[in-house]
Design a protein around this ligand. Structure first.
Ligand code: GRG
Length: 289
């Protein structure tokens, strides 16, 4: 997995040269090149590989997903959103570049990502590229990430249109699971997967995404700044609706383990060392706590 992370980092660096006006490119590159786990590009590439696709062909799309993810992190940290001063162990983007450039850096990553897919996916057919861009725009926008963020903000202000359980699930299907679904779906499309395969991986991405959000909520409660690279305990202080606040730590762990069991089952027949390593790492970390 380390080799794959290095390759992803090299490609991210290559796809984003710093040119005039340097300030915006530096702001985009700052959070992008900090050491994130690169889970979404890894899962995109691994899905493609398992379904017979080539790593080189899917790499531009995998990097584009990381750019979209980083855009969401930069905007999420802004004072008008989650107001966080740290990300990936360093000061947040707006703390270094100011709010205006940080908003623009996010916007620029959001729009550069599909540009990179179109310009660099030489071995994918036009149909595959259109399908990938369609998925990207649908999942990033008001049917995906933005919907999740809006309901998250509304719920912090106490506005719940649905039950707390349904609201929480809506937020995290859209804020978190959506990017894992996007990653595996794009991996599958790059490999010209069948509808059935696409469905299988979509289900995997969805369950993994929900499990990952519960993991994130539990870690906010039990982990440290050194381990997570961001301010911890904020959810509790701000009275945020989370899996831990709604169900309690033990039930949240149970839900996490049950979703992870489903993930192992869905992916079993593919014998993927990478997916098993990711699932094992999350499970071990939560169950040792
Ligand atoms: C798409 C225009 C547009 C706006 C985005 C701000 C926003 C709307 C959405 C916020 C989405 C968000 C920040 C969700 C949190 C998901 C999450 C658990 C992130 C942490 O992911 P890790 O742990 O982070 O994989 P690293 O740093 O390792 O990549």
């Amino acid at each position: 997995m380390k080799n794959l992370i290095n390759k992803i980092n090299e490609n991210l660096d290559k796809f984003l040269p710093v040119v005039y006006p340097e300030d915006i490119f530096k702001a985009m590159k700052y959070t992008l090149m900090l050491p994130g786990k690169r889970l979404r590009p890894i899962m995109c590439i691994e899905t493609s590989r398992l379904l017979g696709g080539s790593e080189d062909d899917v790499m531009p799309s995998a990097c584009a997903i990381e750019m979209l993810h980083v855009q969401s992190l930069i905007h999420d940290d802004l004072p008008c959103m989650d107001n966080d001063d740290f990300r990936r162990g360093k000061p947040s983007n707006h703390k270094v570049f100011g709010e205006a450039n940080s908003v623009l850096a996010g916007d620029a990553l959001l729009t550069m990502a599909p540009q990179i897919i179109i310009e660099n996916s030489k071995n994918l057919s036009d149909t595959q590229i259109v399908k990938i861009i369609h998925e990207y725009t649908k999942f990033a926008g008001a049917y995906g990430l933005i919907a999740g963020q809006v309901v998250d903000i509304e719920s912090e202000g106490g506005k719940l249109v649905k039950s707390a359980e349904k609201t929480l699930e809506f937020i995290h299907l859209n804020k978190t699971a959506v990017l894992f679904r996007l990653a595996v779906r794009i991996g599958a499309i790059s490999a010209n997967a069948s509808e059935d395969e696409l469905k299988t991986f979509d289900e995997f991405g969805k369950k993994f995404g929900l499990a990952f959000q519960i993991y994130d909520d539990i870690m906010d409660e039990i982990s440290s700044f050194e381990e997570l690279g961001k301010t911890i305990g904020k959810d509790k202080i701000s009275g945020k609706l989370t899996y831990v606040s709604l169900y309690g730590l033990d039930n949240a762990k149970q839900k996490f383990n049950s979703l992870l069991d489903d993930c192992y089952d869905i992916i079993e027949k593919y014998n993927s060392l990478i997916f098993n390593e990711i699932l094992d790492k999350l499970r071990n970390r939560i169950n040792e706590a």
